[in-house]
Ligand binder design. Structure first.
Ligand code: NIG
Ligand code: FE
Length: 414
C-alpha cells in the first residue's frame, strides 16, 4: 500500500532516532513537525518532513490523503490488556461503589475467578467474537497494536483455548496483537491446597507446548499476596526464559513482596502495575533497563492509589502507559483517557503521556523497531485527529477525535 499524506497541521513523530525507548527528560521530546508530509511505500514510512521540503518521486500507484487541519500521532501501543474474556462484572462495580475493595471482592470468590468460570464455559469462537468487538473499538480510538493475555482459563485446555484464540485473532490482522501467556493469573480453585502442582503443570506441560507451537511472545505472572509468591513466580519465569520466551510481570499491585526486584533480576521486558513499588524496586528496574508500565485506569476504576510515576521517571526508568483493559479492574480500553488520568493524577506532562503510550509501549512489547513512532523504516501506524493541537487529545477528554486511521499503511474505512 502506497499513500501520500499531505498538509498535516502538526505531525507528532515521537522520533526515537533508533533508540528502543525514551527515559527521563527525553520523554518530553516529541519531534513535532508543523505543516508536514508523510510518504508511505509498501506499508512502511519512507519520508517525513515539512511539506515545503518534499521533493521525493512518488510511486506510480499511490493514494493521497489531504490531512489539512489534522494532527497526526503514532498509533497507540496498549502493551497490557486482558481483552479476551467472557461475561461482565457490573455487580462488582456496584459493590465497590458501596465501599467494598477489589481485594475483598476477590477473597469472597468474585474477581478474576468469576471471569474464569465464564471463560471456561465459553467456546473459542464465542471468545473471539467478544474480543473482535473490543479490538474494533480500540482501533477506532487510536490503538493500532495491543497485547492480550490469557489467564482466565487456569487449566491446560482452557489456557490453550485462550492462547489459540489470541493467535487466531492476530492472524486476522485487524490490529497488531502480541500474545502473552498468563497461566499464573490466579490460583485455580482446584489447586488452592497444592499450588506447587499447578506451577509444575505450567512449567512442564503448558509452557513447553505453547513454546513449541510459537504461540506466545511473553510469559507473565501475577506475583502478589494471595496469588503467586516470589518463589513460584521465579520458577515459572525461569522456565519461560529457558524456552527463549520474554518475561513480563504483574508486580507490586496489591502489596510489596519484592516482585519488581525479581522482574529486574530476571531481565523482564516490563514490570507492570507498580502501585506499591518502593525505592529498591525503582533502582532495580533502572539498572536492568526494565520498562515500568503503569496502568492509571486501574487506580481510577478501583479508586485506589496511583503508581509513583513521577518518581519512576525521575529515576530514569522508561515509563509506559497501558490500559489493562479487563472486566474487573478497568473496563476501558481508551488510551487517550488513560493518558488524561496519567496527567491529572500522576502528574505526567501531556508529552510524557504520549511517549509512554506510543514508543515506550512498543518497547514494552519488543516492537519499537517496527512501530511506536512515525519515522522512515517503521510500519505506518498513524492516527489523524481533528483537534486544534496535539495537547487537545489529552486535554479534551472522554471524546474520541480520531478522524482517520492508517494501520500498516492502509487507510481504514471508518
Ligand atoms: O491486571 N492484577 C491482576 N489482574 C488484572 C485484573 C483482572 C481481573 O480482575 O479480571 C489486573 O488488574
Ligand atoms: Fe493486568
Amino acid at each position: 500500500m502506497n499513500l501520500l499524506i499531505k498538509n498535516i497541521k502538526q505531525l507528532v513523530t515521537v522520533s526515537a532516532a533508533g533508540k528502543r525507548f525514551k527515559a527521563g527528560p527525553e520523554m518530553n521530546d516529541l519531534g513535532i513537525v508543523e505543516n508536514a508530509t508523510v510518504l508511505i511505500e509498501n506499508g512502511r514510512i519512507s519520508w517525513t518532513g515539512r511539506t515545503s521540503d518534499f521533493e521525493q518521486t512518488v510511486p506510480d500507484s499511490i493514494d493521497t490523503l489531504d490531512a489539512e487541519g489534522l494532527v497526526a500521532l503514532p498509533g497507540f501501543v496498549d502493551s497490557h490488556t486482558h481483552a479476551l474474556f467472557a461475561g461482565t462484572r457490573e455487580n462488582e462495580f456496584a459493590l465497590r461503589s458501596a465501599g467494598k475493595s477489589y481485594t475483598e471482592i476477590a477473597s469472597a470468590g468474585g474477581g478474576i475467578l468469576s471471569t474464569v468460570a465464564a471463560v471456561r464455559a465459553a467456546t473459542k469462537k464465542e471468545l473471539k467474537k467478544n474480543a473482535r468487538k473490543h479490538l474494533d473499538g480500540m482501533l477506532r480510538s487510536g490503538t493500532t497494536t495491543v497485547e492480550i493475555k490469557s489467564g482466565y482459563g487456569l487449566n491446560e485446555p482452557d489456557e490453550i483455548k485462550m492462547m489459540d484464540a489470541i493467535n487466531e485473532l492476530a492472524d486476522e490482522q485487524l490490529i497488531g496483537i502480541a500474545a502473552t501467556f498468563l497461566g499464573a493469573h490466579a490460583v485455580p480453585p482446584e489447586y488452592t491446597e497444592n499450588t506447587g502442582e499447578y506451577v509444575q503443570l505450567i512449567c512442564s506441560r503448558i509452557l513447553p507446548y505453547l513454546a513449541r507451537r510459537k504461540a506466545l511472545q511473553f510469559c507473565d505472572v501475577f506475583c502478589d499476596n494471595g496469588f503467586f509468591s516470589v518463589d513460584q513466580a521465579r520458577t515459572i519465569l525461569e522456565a519461560a526464559r529457558t524456552l527463549g520466551i520474554s518475561i513480563k510481570m504483574h508486580a507490586d499491585q496489591l502489596s510489596q513482596i519484592g516482585a519488581s526486584v525479581l522482574a529486574a533480576e530476571l531481565g523482564a521486558v516490563s514490570a507492570d502495575h507498580l502501585e506499591k513499588i518502593d525505592d529498591a524496586g525503582i533502582a532495580a528496574l533502572q539498572r536492568a533497563g526494565t520498562i515500568a508500565t503503569v496502568l492509571p485506569g486501574v487506580s481510577f476504576f478501583l479508586n485506589e492509589e496511583y503508581s509513583p510515576a513521577r518518581k519512576i521517571i525521575g529515576a530514569g526508568v522508561p515509563l509506559a502507559i497501558a490500559s489493562d483493559f479487563n472486566p474487573g479492574s478497568n473496563m476501558s480500553f481508551s488510551m487517550p483517557l488513560m493518558m488524561t488520568i496519567a496527567c491529572t493524577q500522576m502528574r505526567l506532562t501531556p508529552e510524557e503521556a504520549i511517549t509512554a503510550a506510543t514508543l515506550n509501549g512498543a518497547a514494552a512489547l519488543n516492537m519499537s523497531g517496527q512501530t511506536g513512532s512515525i519515522e522512515p523504516g517503521k510500519q505506518a501506524d498513524i492516527i489523524f485527529y481533528d483537534v486544534p493541537n496535539y495537547r487537545s487529545i489529552v486535554y479534551h477528554y472522554g471524546t474520541n477525535f480520531a478522524a482517520h486511521i492508517v494501520k500498516h499503511g492502509t487507510l481504514l474505512d471508518y
